[in-house]
Design a protein around this ligand. Structure first.
Ligand code: 3PY
Ligand code: MG
Length: 257
């Protein structure tokens, strides 16, 4: 089984950059994966993407530099098992609220005796090699999402759970839980304070931390702040914004409403 280069980079304190694919479209994955991103996360949390589309997305990423990651819809052992058995090299688990959630999430991603993952990874055995079972616990990257102010308050207890590879902030759900205006690069001082609290707690323990970014400029800023695992927006957001940019350049364009 080949090494997960995302984990190699993070261990060496090198920023790891990727994006989100919300369309679940293999061709989109194929196109983006030729850009040299470290990972591509197929988002099953908020989109109409199912397991049979997911396997084709993974096939499209095969042979590229972009490791196949998945954001699962929920912290659910059954879903995590299937997504890993389809071939995910990284799992992003939303809305971790306390240490118990964190322990359940990490355990679902690791084989015994470390965790509770069941045996039966036929596709990974085929595409990653016969030693998948022996190596998977070390190579799978576990990304836990902190996106509720209650989780921020419990961050030290959450980080006591061993086996967390990345802590990742969902800025919009975090803002929503605080009752403040949404936004990726959120300027609200309380939001900034919450993000900084999580960053400091992670930095003290040497756990890489990241946040969802709206664009490359924000990624650059977050790297300078010390963060290490950032997606640039998503396929859908970038598709929409680049069309909007081009349409602005056509003075006679009058959008049909
Ligand atoms: C959020 O902002 O809530 C997210 O989940 C981003 O991925
Ligand atoms: Mg969220």
């Amino acid at each position: 089984m080949k090494k997960n280069q995302v984990k190699v980079k993070l261990k060496n304190n090198i920023p790891s950059i990727g994006t989100w694919v919300s369309t679940g479209d293999p061709f989109v994955c194929e196109v983006i994966s030729r850009l040299g991103l470290d990972w591509i996360t197929i988002d099953l949390e908020h989109n109409a993407v199912d397991f049979s589309q997911l396997v084709h997305c993974f096939r499209a990423l095969q042979g590229s530099s972009s490791a196949p990651f998945v954001r699962v819809p929920w912290n659910d052992r059954q879903v995590i098992k299937r997504v890993l058995d389809i071939g995910a090299m990284g799992i992003v688990i939303p809305d971790i609220k306390d240490p118990e959630d964190a322990l359940n999430a990490v355990s679902a991603c690791r084989y015994p005796p470390v965790g509770l993952r069941g045996i039966g990874a036929s596709r990974p055995n085929t595409v990653y090699g016969d030693d998948y079972y022996q190596k998977a616990n070390d190579e799978i990257c576990v990304v836990l999402m902190i996106e509720d102010i209650k989780a921020v308050e419990k961050i030290e207890d959450i980080l006591n759970v061993s086996g967390i590879d990345v802590i990742f902030i969902g800025p919009n759900d975090l803002a929503s839980s605080m009752g403040i205006t949404l936004g990726m690069d959120n300027n609200n001082p309380e939001h900034k304070e919450a993000v900084n609290k999580v960053y400091q707690a992670c930095a003290n323990r040497g756990i890489p931390m990241g946040i969802h970014c709206g664009d490359g400029k924000e990624v650059e800023k977050r790297i300078k702040e010390g963060m290490r695992w950032m997606p640039i927006a998503s396929d859908v957001r970038l598709l929409k914004s680049s069309f909007e940019e081009e349409l602005k350049k056509i003075s006679s364009f009058d959008a049909i409403s």
